[in-house]
Design a protein around this ligand. Sequence first.
Ligand code: FDA
Length: 304
Amino acid sequence: MLGKAWLWASEKPRIQRFVAQGRIGRRVVERFVAGDTLEDAISVIRALNEAGIGGIFDLLGEGVTDPAGAQAAAEEYLESIKRIEATGVDTTVTVKLTQLGLAFDKGTCIDLLRVLAAEAHAIGTYVEIDMEQSDYATDTIDIFKLLRPDFPDLRLALQAYLRRTLVDLEALAGGQPPKVRLVKGAYAEPTELAFQRDHEIDQQYRFITDWLFDRGVDPAIATHDARLIQHARVSAETHGKSVKDFEVQMLYGVRRDLQERLASTGYRVRVYVPFGSAWYPYLMRRIAERPANLRLFLRALAGK
Ligand code: FDA
């Protein structure tokens, strides 16, 4: 319940201004965000690489409402891709389509995403598409479908909590096998659209994991839930595959111990590394996921 209230707050600009105006301790932000600058993100990814872990580069930002904002985000991404090439770090590039204008101009969003996918491909990596609120799910999936013939490496995040996800996967499997990042889902969604209970979401997560080993390609199991990662390992083996045939993805600042343990025991691990000043909605989602984070956040807000 408290988590839902927090997710509600994450979409309210007035609360955002209150939180962002210096009342929140840096340490809460720093726990989950690599820093304000591109160089902060690069140095975090470099350190991950030294531990045998890949990066997932994320320029924070979403819900862009004007063409100039979308253009600026795309340009910043292009600069970042150049820097990724120059430094040689091992990372993919993840993007939210509302950052590229999906909320007001689908055509512009497609054009900008196409440019980013081409530039990422040119330096030997690829783009991952985050999944946002369910209002954007159909457009996001359509855009993925449109671009994947040209960019077969493109990866799409799908949310296990959405009731529609299996139907979406069946439709996606009609073309080439889909390359998916499976997540539980991080937004406040109504019961009609999304499973709410943990055990239902976990059951769905397991079922989709099996589906991905059966009919997908190079699945990314994006969770910190050790039981679901174990399920993925068993499912891979059942399908005649190994831990080298899927990726485990986790978030910067969450379960570092598990990230390192998995990487040192042969798993392919990538960590999502967000950076930039637009951290508010991202941080609120991370806080909503865990009661202990709420306590940390409230103490920081009170200046303790
Ligand atoms: P769960 O929440 O059950 O957590 C399992 C354990 O992990 C907890 O017991 C705790 O130990 C630890 N943990 C989890 N979250 C924590 C936190 N915030 N702070 C501290 N500890 C925490 N969602 C989405 O809707 N669209 C997307 O595109 C993405 N993309 C994405 C990429 C990657 C790489 C990851 C890992 C996650 C996402 N998500 C996402 C977020 C996802 O939907 C989900 O909200 C979080 O991963 C938390 O769920 P878990 O699967 O980790 O399980």
